[in-house]
Design a protein around this ligand. Structure first.
Ligand SMILES: C[S@@+](CC[C@H](N)C(=O)[O-])C[C@H]1O[C@@H](n2cnc3c(N)ncnc32)[C@H](O)[C@@H]1O
Length: 210
C-alpha cells in the first residue's frame, strides 16, 4: 500500500487493525526482555496504538513513527495531558507526557537516533508492508538500533498471498528477513478465531556491544 492509501484509510476510518485493548503478548512478554525501565522504546508504524500508553505507564519514553497526522491527533485526544508540537529533522513531532510521536515516513527516520533507543516494539508494522518493502524495513530497523537492543515483534500469517494488509509473514520469512541482523527467539504462535496465525518473537540486535 502507498502512503496515500494509508492516509485515505485513516481519513475514512478503515482501521480494523486498531485494538482498544493492550495486546496480551505485550503484557506477557515485555518484562522478559529485561530492558531498563527508562529505556526509550521505538514504535515504528505506530498508528494510535494503546500499547504505547502501556509502555509509557511502565516507565518507558516512547518514540513512535507514523505517517498519518490524523492517527496522531486521535492518539493524543484520548488523554487530557498537555501537548507540545515542534519540528525535528524534517518531521512534525507531537509530545504528550513520555510519548513523542514523529509524523512522517519511517524510511526517512534517521540513523542518528540509535544512541537514544533502548528497545523497540513492532505490532502490525512489518506485516503492514508489501513484500519488497519488508526487506527494506528489516534493514532500516536494524540500522536504527545499537547491538544488544531488544524488542518484541508480533506477526500474522495466513494462506492467501493475494491478501494484505495484513500481509502474511510466516516464520521462514521472519528468519530470512531478520536473522542477518537479529537473534530471534520464537515466544508463541497460535491460530486465532479469525483464522490468522499470530506469532510473537523476541529480537536482539546482533553485533558487538559498545
Ligand atoms: C497496520 S497499522 C498498525 C498500527 C499500530 N502498530 C497498531 O498496532 O495499531 C500500520 C500503520 O503504519 C502506518 N504506516 C504505513 N506506512 C508507513 C511508513 N512508511 N512510515 C510510517 N508509518 C507508516 C499506517 O498509517 C498505519 O497506521
Amino acid at each position: 500500500m502507498s502512503a496515500d492509501e494509508w492516509l485515505a484509510r485513516w481519513r475514512e476510518g478503515r482501521i480494523g487493525f486498531h485494538r482498544e485493548a493492550v495486546h496480551p503478548a505485550l503484557e506477557r512478554y515485555w518484562a522478559g526482555l529485561g530492558l531498563a525501565e527508562d529505556a526509550k522504546v521505538l514504535v515504528p508504524l505506530c498508528g494510535k496504538s494503546r500499547d504505547m500508553r502501556w509502555l509509557a505507564a511502565n516507565g518507558h519514553p516512547i518514540m513512535g513513527v507514523e505517517l498519518s497526522p490524523l492517527a496522531i491527533e486521535q492518539f493524543v485526544a484520548q488523554h487530557d495531558l498537555p501537548i507540545q508540537r515542534y519540528r525535528r529533522d524534517g518531521f512534525d513531532c507531537t509530545r504528550q507526557g513520555r510519548i513523542e510521536l514523529w509524523c512522517g515516513d519511517f524510511f526517512h527516520f534517521q540513523v542518528d537516533h540509535a544512541v537514544e533507543l533502548g528497545g523497540f516494539y513492532d505490532r502490525a508494522a512489518l506485516i503492514a508492508l508489501p513484500p519488497p518493502t519488508r526487506q527494506r524495513y528489516a534493514h532500516h530497523l536494524a540500522q536504527l538500533l545499537l547491538p544488544g537492543v531488544r524488542g518484541l515483534l508480533i506477526t500474522l500469517a495466513h494462506d492467501d498471498p493475494e491478501r494484505g494488509p495484513p500481509y502474511s509473514v510466516d516464520a521462514a520469512e521472519v528468519e530470512r528477513l531478520l536473522v542477518p541482523n537479529f537473534e530471534i527467539e520464537p515466544l508463541e504462535s497460535a491460530v486465532g478465531e479469525d483464522g490468522l496465525r499470530e506469532s510473537v518473537w523476541a529480537l536482539t540486535r546482533r553485533g558487538p556491544r559498545v
